[in-house]
Design a protein around this ligand. Structure first.
Ligand code: SF4
Ligand code: SF4
Length: 391
């Protein structure tokens, strides 16, 4: 195993960076959500980055991400769902059928989108327990009608929230929420972009930890600022022997960080994560120049380059750019078993890596640690190849 200090235990990074408020993120969010509920604010569960949190916030609600990262919840989910389904979907549902996600239990409403088939059908089962609003997401992002349809779905969502919570959602309230979300995106983007430098500042595991399942909490925004200042004063964490990794593919939600850990233990420095738990949702802000906040929201969220879109050329353009900006030395693609859209799209990602002369590795796995040793061997072989390519 190669030596690399780009881990959470990085001794070059001040202790104050390593010990972060986000270490207690779930507890903090639980407390925050409980207080909000007591104050009469509805908790609204979301399960995808296409959901405009801004509309929920403008309606006085608290958007909470419910995506499951626990392997334990998969077996109970398989009583109702096919085993071949993606672990993220099964884990999310497993929390639902075992009633063990406090945020889901607290939720007054769930918001879902028509993304991949597995999620869409799982939502039908989940909707038996909680009220659910399903937004119909067009999947040809550049088709002329797509934006009109998405905008009309978001307007329908706004009216739905107004009726359900018996309050008018003013444009001013939406702009205020947009401002908060843009600020959060900007801070998280700055944090992530500190890894453009060599040596990089943060390990992939640190960046995964430095975020919250509830957006816009004041103390979290302050913590992002503190971490940015802390990182700016830290000596770079990455040793010369590390290989700079661009990780792409499926989200690695809270609890499902195993592959990132394996990569970093095997000598990789995960300098950039182009996925929904990494930089993908942070790359574009909501424009504050538009006259209609709903159009501004529709445009930002429609541009999110998920593999459920066809064609998904934006993701490929972004990958080229990120590989360049973060000085990636290899590309690792993570695909959850049963995720057909990312699996098929890996054809293009491999092509891009080849065009850029970057060693490429595709890992197809689930939440079980049973294949960790095999994955570590494959990652170590990739690191050797990348180091040889640099020599
Ligand atoms: S990968 Fe696609 S479906 Fe999954 S959270 Fe991101 S946008 Fe939603
Ligand atoms: S990882 Fe793939 S299959 Fe799983 S929820 Fe996301 S898009 Fe769907």
């Amino acid at each position: 195993m190669m030596e690399c200090s780009n881990t959470n235990n990085n001794s070059n990074c001040p202790q104050s960076c390593i010990n972060s408020r986000f270490d207690s993120m779930i507890e903090n969010c639980c407390e925050y959500a409980e207080r909000a509920r007591e104050a009469g604010k509805p908790i609204i569960g979301i399960m995808c980055e296409y959901t405009p949190r801004e509309l929920i916030m403008a309606a006085g609600g608290i958007p909470v991400c419910l995506c499951g990262g626990s392997e334990e919840k998969i077996a109970p989910a398989e009583n109702d769902l096919p085993t071949a389904l993606c672990p993220l979907i099964k884990s999310t549902y497993g929390y639902c059928c075992t009633q063990t996600n406090p945020f889901l239990e607290m939720s007054d409403l769930l918001v879902a989108e028509t993304t991949c088939d597995g999620k869409k059908k799982m939502y039908e089962l989940m909707a038996r327990r909680k009220d659910m609003m399903v937004l119909e997401l067009p999947q040809k992002p550049d088709a002329p009608h797509a934006m009109d349809h998405w905008l009309s779905e978001l307007r329908r969502f706004r009216s739905f929230l107004e009726t359900r919570y018996d309050r008018k959602i003013a444009d001013a309230g939406i702009w205020k929420a947009i401002e908060t979300m843009n600020l959060e995106r900007a801070l998280r983007r700055r944090l992530a972009e500190m890894n453009k430098q060599t040596p990089s500042v943060w390990s992939g595991l640190q960046l995964l930890a430095y975020k919250s399942i509830i957006s816009g909490i004041d103390e979290d925004l302050e913590e992002y600022r503190r971490l940015i200042a802390c990182g700016a004063n830290a000596a770079g964490s990455e040793k010369q022997s590390c290989v700079r990794v661009l990780l792409t593919g499926v989200p690695t939600v809270h609890g499902a960080e195993r592959v990132v850990e394996i990569i970093e233990n095997a000598g990789g420095a995960v300098v950039c994560m182009e996925n929904c738990t990494g930089i993908k949702p942070l790359l574009e802000d909501v424009s504050m120049d538009a006259s209609d906040p709903m159009e501004a929201l529709a445009s930002k969220y429609m541009h999110l380059p998920c593999s459920v879109m066809t064609p998904n050329t934006r993701r490929l353009e972004i990958l080229r750019r990120l590989a360049d900006e973060y000085d990636a030395e290899c590309v690792i693609e993570l695909v959850w078993q049963g995720c057909l859209t990312y699996d098929v799209e890996s054809y293009y990602v491999r092509q891009i890596a080849e065009e850029m002369s970057l060693p490429y590795l595709k890992l197809v796995t689930d939440y079980s640690p049973s294949d960790s040793a095999r994955i570590a061997l494959r990652v170590e072989a990739l690191m050797e190849t990348a180091l040889r390519a640099q020599a």
